[in-house]
Design a protein around this ligand. Structure first.
Ligand code: ADP
Ligand code: MG
Length: 704
């Protein structure tokens, strides 16, 4: 669909209103080959990119401050006469001191190492400098102040930008470069935002915004520092607006496609097949989904709910409705193991609903061909697997619904590919990681959202405690007690790719050690490297209760569902993200037995990790945890992987600038609705400007 939105391709560049500003950054005065390469490393290729390299702060050099006004700690611009130059020799270094006087007072400016260029100054000469002052005894001292040439008009009489460090480039040179970019490239710049929106939201023109952001006239002393400063607000707005336009256009486009209008089924009749009463939340979201599926437009819905809230049964009821209409369902999980676990743990429910399931993952060998055949012949109602499902070799007889679990781990491209398999199938994506609202608006902004916000009744809260390695004895005691009560336990080891071998060793050793300490119990080890035919019997045994303790690497993170398991032990807990621990913890507390989560860490001083683990100890509220996690790790990390397709903003920060995000969203959706043509044009202009590289595509457009 992006072809249509992407009409401004390279061919039309010469007619582009942005030909100049999208020229190479080397067309700015002062940018040579070396600097150009440095900038390119930071993704700055065009003049426009350079203009988005925003100051990290500003120095107030609007006026000369008299020495009497300066308090210790202040930064100030001063002008005076050199009273004295002297070198102070200490044991290890030499310090040059220049005493500067003005209005019957003086200050001391000092440089360690006594740089040679300073010796050209002579007593009696005038000097201008900017620095931070501290009071030592009675005298104000500044170390390494910046000396400003009198003829350097741009360096005084204004708020002066301070840029992020770029190797080998002085701040002064950076400012000159930006000044040239502003004066020569933003004249007559066509503003990509419709004037109506600028007016409605009180936004500066783009050229004004660039000028203000770099060389602010600013009224109050701190005006330009804050993100609410009009210039930054405008620049951030553009980024968010581009994103929201894309989402709005996409949503609009989907709503014009013809999808399957499933005939509504008597969902109520299902209730007697289920082993439990649905919660009010489940009933509500089922209604939302069923209504959506019955519309003649493809469903594009996100089902969100905390771990353990019962999303799977909701998804299966949707699957049942599709099957009743004669359609097939594809159910995808992010990894092979998770797909298998989904398959095995939902088998019972699927059979109760009278659906024919099949599992398809890589590593199934010849069995896979047989599954493919049955799918193609329409003998399978619900096919569970990984992205193997979207490989060319899988042909559905009649695909009607796609369910994707843990969608933020799924490449967006994969999502699109799968959809191509059927005639605009309905799409239901599920996530157990509660997505904080602002992130939701960017990531899932084109989706309808259903939220399950209650847990099934009778669940006991999970008690969580952090233990130090030296208290392992206590951990074993808890373990013994729980199993003697007839319950089962998980013991999880972190496993990350970089240290996979070591991590695997640690888990293997732990299983051995446990067998020594608790010889009366059956203990099994499972990890991602084991082939399915080895894992399968272990999972079956654990499910039956024949295995008491399952030692596992993080592969069991999501999907597994064993109600008799009431103890989750997480080793090296400091190595996990908060959301991940929350997920793991959600594997217990699935019955009316009280459950516990034990975090073990070998470190005594945990620092930030300790802070995080305390949050986990204190709360089981997934939303709260996700917010904290997002705040600590930032969106990229929070979502786990780059393939999540998360767009890196240049100026905006979706958490800090949530307000601007909301405004941009409102305007974008409104524009698409009332002036779709203008919306397309605006989107074209923005993606053109924001593309990466002088000829490259826009990573953002690629992502959608
Ligand atoms: P999640 O939302 O984390 O995927 P699941 O769908 O795996 O949660 O459900 C967790 C457990 O709760 C499963 O054993 C499921 O059968 C059970 N369950 C789901 N809904 C209910 C309910 N309304 N009452 C009791 N148990 C339920
Ligand atoms: Mg689940």
């Amino acid at each position: 669909m992006m072809e249509k939105l992407h009409s401004l391709d390279t061919n039309s560049d010469k007619d582009s209103p942005y030909r100049k500003i999208l020229g190479p950054v080397s067309s700015v005065k002062g940018v040579g080959k070396v600097f150009e390469r440095e900038l390119q490393k930071r993704g700055v290729n065009t003049v426009y990119d350079l203009l988005y390299l925003l100051p990290r702060s500003y120095q107030d050099r609007r006026r000369f401050v008299s020495i009497h006004e300066i308090r210790s700690g202040d930064s100030a611009l001063i002008k005076g006469r050199i009273l004295k130059l002297k070198t102070l020799r200490f044991k290890y270094r030499t310090v040059l001191e220049i005493l500067i006087g003005s209005e019957n007072s003086f200050i001391s400016a000092r440089w360690m190492g006594a740089p040679q260029y300073l010796f050209r100054f002579k007593r009696g000469e005038g000097i201008i400098l900017y620095g931070q002052f501290r009071k030592f005894g009675n005298i104000l001292v500044t170390y390494h102040p910046e000396i400003i040439e009198k003829k350097d008009h741009q360096e005084t009489g204004r708020l002066v930008p301070v840029y992020p460090e770029v190797e080998g480039i002085s701040q002064r040179r950076m400012r000159r470069i930006l000044m040239d970019a502003i004066t020569r490239f933003t004249q007559d710049l066509k503003d990509p935002l419709p004037a109506g929106i600028r007016g409605a939201r009180g936004l500066l023109r783009l050229d004004e915004a660039f000028r203000e952001a770099h060389f602010p006239i600013g009224s109050g002393p701190h005006a330009p520092h804050t993100q609410r400063a009009p210039a930054l607000r405008r620049l951030i707005f553009d980024e968010f607006f581009m994103l929201q336009l894309a989402l709005a256009l996409k949503r609009n486009q989907v709503s014009q496609q013809t999808g399957i209008a499933f005939k509504k089924q008597e969902v109520e009749e299902l209730h007697r097949f289920l082993p439990f009463e649905l919660t009010g939340s489940q009933i509500r979201v089922i209604r939302e989904i069923v209504n959506d599926m019955s519309r003649p437009v493809p469903m594009n819905r996100l089902l969100q709910g905390d771990v353990g809230c019962g999303k799977t049964v909701v998804a299966l009821i949707a699957a049942w409705m599709a099957a009743k209409n004669g359609y097939q369902v594809a159910f995808m999980a992010p990894t092979q193991i998770l797909a298998e676990q989904h398959y095995f743990s939902t088998l019972e429910l699927i059979e109760r609903l009278n659906l024919t399931p099949a599992l398809l993952t890589s590593g199934m060998g010849a069995r896979a061909d047989e599954v493919r055949d049955r799918v193609q012949q329409g003998k399978v109602d619900i096919l569970i697997g990984t992205h193997a499902l979207i490989q060319e070799s899988v042909k559905f007889h009649r695909l009607g619904l796609v369910i994707i679990d843990e969608q933020h781990r799924f490449g967006v491209a994969q999502r699109a590919l799968l959809k191509q398999k059927g005639v605009s199938p309905d799409l239901l994506t599920m996530t157990a990681t509660p997505i904080p609202r602002t992130l939701g608006l960017t990531l899932y902004g084109d989706l309808d959202i259903s939220v399950i916000d209650e847990l099934p009744v009778g669940r006991k809260p999970i008690q969580t405690r952090l233990f130090h390695e030296k208290d392992r004895g206590k951990v074993y005691a808890i373990l013994r007690e729980e199993i003697n009560k007839g319950r089962q336990a998980y013991m999880v080891y972190p496993l990350i790719e970089e240290s996979e071998k070591m991590d695997l060793n640690a888990a293997t050793q732990m299983a051995e050690q446990l067998r020594g300490v608790l010889p009366e119990f059956r203990i099994a080890l499972i990890h991602g490297r084991m082939p399915l035919d080895q894992r399968e019997p272990i999972m079956e045994e654990f499910k039956k209760g024949a295995i008491h303790i399952l030692v596992a690497t993080t592969v069991i993170e999501v999907g597994i569902d064993i109600r008799n398991a009431t103890l989750m032990i997480i080793e090296n807990a400091e190595r996990f993200g908060l959301s991940q621990i929350h997920q793991l913890r959600g594997r217990v507390g699935r019955s009316s037995y009280p459950s516990q989560c034990v975090l073990v860490s070998p470190h005594r001083r945990l620092g930030d990790a300790g802070k995080r683990l305390r949050i986990i100890e204190k709360t089981t509220d997934g939303f709260r945890i996700a917010e904290e996690d997002l705040a600590i790790r930032g969106p990229g990390e929070f979502l786990g992987v780059k393939q999540s397709g998360f767009y890196q903003f240049r100026a905006g920060n979706i958490m800090r600038d949530a307000r601007i995000l909301t405004e941009a969203r409102e305007e974008a959706f409104k524009l698409v609705e009332i002036r779709p043509e203008l919306a397309h044009q605006t989107f074209d202009l923005l993606t053109h400007l924001f593309r990466r590289g002088t000829q490259g595509g826009n990573e953002f457009v690629d992502v959608l």
